[in-house]
Design a protein around this ligand. Structure first.
Ligand code: 3PG
Ligand code: MG
Length: 401
């Protein structure tokens, strides 16, 4: 059982609140604030109780040193707007200056530390180095509330080691995310369909292997589908291809057949002259990718219109759907139709339709869908996939009694 913040009193306490505020930022502007909004209920709960709340998070993957483009400063500003109260921003994560900055807030106040990953201790492979950083963080508060669901699959100082140093509890976002994931793993309504996209098949193989015995259908699109098409013996031109995964893919296709799981693959592909928003493009059969006018130079950037319709139908006719990863390069309008079709299909599911992951969540919002149109939008991509794989997530393990 997770130790929850519900039933605990944090009045007068200094709470270190670990959130996942890793939001997409372009030229200093937050392009999707979903993860910030998802963090608000716990922050507001703690503020209302009269805790002094010291929030911390990572952003992007800086390599243990400050980098301006990964600063959380824009997040502090957005947080201030959404909370409607001042947020003290500390440019240091630990040490005398961080203590002084966070010391400025009193009960009901909110501070945000700069990006944890500016410190090499946060994501270090060396447990000792992480432990040292965790003990420095521990000096900033009496208790830890862990609510960064998107990062619970990482064994990192603020997620893992810190929880062993001071009393630690799971926040409201983690609790909510787990409720939904549990309903996906324990007796989901059928048909149960999993839709996988995104660029890397190697990231998703674990989840495919684990889910095959549980699902009725698996729908595959996105950059990873070209490795599947190649495994079936088709040429894929300059499309994304993970050549070292071909045998593994053949293995899971065979496993799917044995289990009677329907594998839905695209029958047509939007092939482009190159990777750019203004690239020329043509729709060709999925087993004839090099037949476009770009020949072997053609690059698949989306599933074709026929596939989009079939995929949307496979999704909409299911009663439980988990979707992770875009179907194409949705950031380029010419290659967004496949992703849009899946999102549309998901809104029509009579049952539970879950959008899993930072990228997919940002995609549906960028394409103009309202959050309310879906059963649930998870803030964790890797985290929810690893949960569905049945892996032990370090950041949850430490919050268990
Ligand atoms: C994410 O966006 O996947 C989470 O914030 C975790 O970030 P990471 O993959 O860089 O650890
Ligand atoms: Mg990630």
């Amino acid at each position: 059982m997770l130790r929850s913040i519900l039933g605990q009193s944090f009045a007068g306490k200094r709470v270190i609140l670990r959130c996942d505020l890793n939001v997409p930022i372009k030229d200093g502007v937050i392009t999707d604030d979903g993860r910030i909004r998802a963090s608000l209920p716990t922050i507001q709960h703690l503020v209302a109780q009269g805790a002094a709340v010291v929030i911390c998070s990572h952003l992007g993957r800086p390599e243990g040193a400050p980098e301006a483009k990964y600063s959380l400063a824009p997040v502090a500003q957005r947080l201030e707007e959404l909370l409607g109260q001042p947020v003290i921003f500390s440019e240091d994560t630990v040490g005398v200056k961080a203590k002084a900055a966070t010391g400025l807030i009193s009960d009901g106040g909110v501070a945000l530390l700069e990006n944890l990953r500016f410190n090499p201790g946060e994501a270090s492979k060396d447990a000792q180095e992480r432990a040292v950083f965790a003990s420095q963080l521990a000096e900033l508060g009496d208790v830890l509330v862990s609510d960064g669901f998107g990062v619970v699959h990482r064994k990192q100082a603020s997620v893992y080691e810190l929880a062993g140093l001071i009393p630690s509890y799971a926040g409201l976002l983690i609790t909510k995310e787990l409720e939904v994931l549990k309903s996906l793993t324990e007796s989901p309504e059928r048909p149960y369909t999993v839709v996988l996209g995104g660029s890397k098949v190697s990231d998703k193989l674990g989840v495919i292997g684990h889910l095959l015995p549980k699902v009725d259908r698996i729908v595959i699109g996105g950059g990873m589908v070209f490795t599947v098409l190649a495994a079936l013996g088709h040429k894929v031109g300059k499309s994304l291809l993970e050549i070292d995964q071909l045998d593994v893919v053949r293995g899971f296709l065979a496993q799917a057949e044995q289990l009677g799981v329907e594998v839905v693959l695209p029958n047509d592909i939007v092939v482009a002259s190159g990777f750019s928003a203004s690239a020329e493009f043509e729709v060709v059969a999925a087993d004839q990718i090099e037949s476009s006018r770009f020949g072997a130079d053609g690059m698949g950037l989306d599933i074709g219109p026929d596939s989009a319709e079939r995929f949307a139908q496979a999704v909409a006719s299911s009663r439980t759907v988990f979707w992770n990863g875009p179907m194409g390069v949705f950031e380029f309008p010419n290659f967004a139709a496949g992703t849009k079709a899946i999102a549309q299909g998901l809104t029509e599911v009579a049952g539970l339709g879950v959008v899993g992951g930072g990228d997919s969540a940002a995609a549906v919002r960028a394409l103009g869908f309202a959050d309310e149109a879906f059963g649930h939008i998870s803030t964790g991509g890797g985290a929810s996939l690893e949960y569905l794989e049945g892996k032990v997530l370090p950041g949850l393990e430490v919050l268990n009694d």
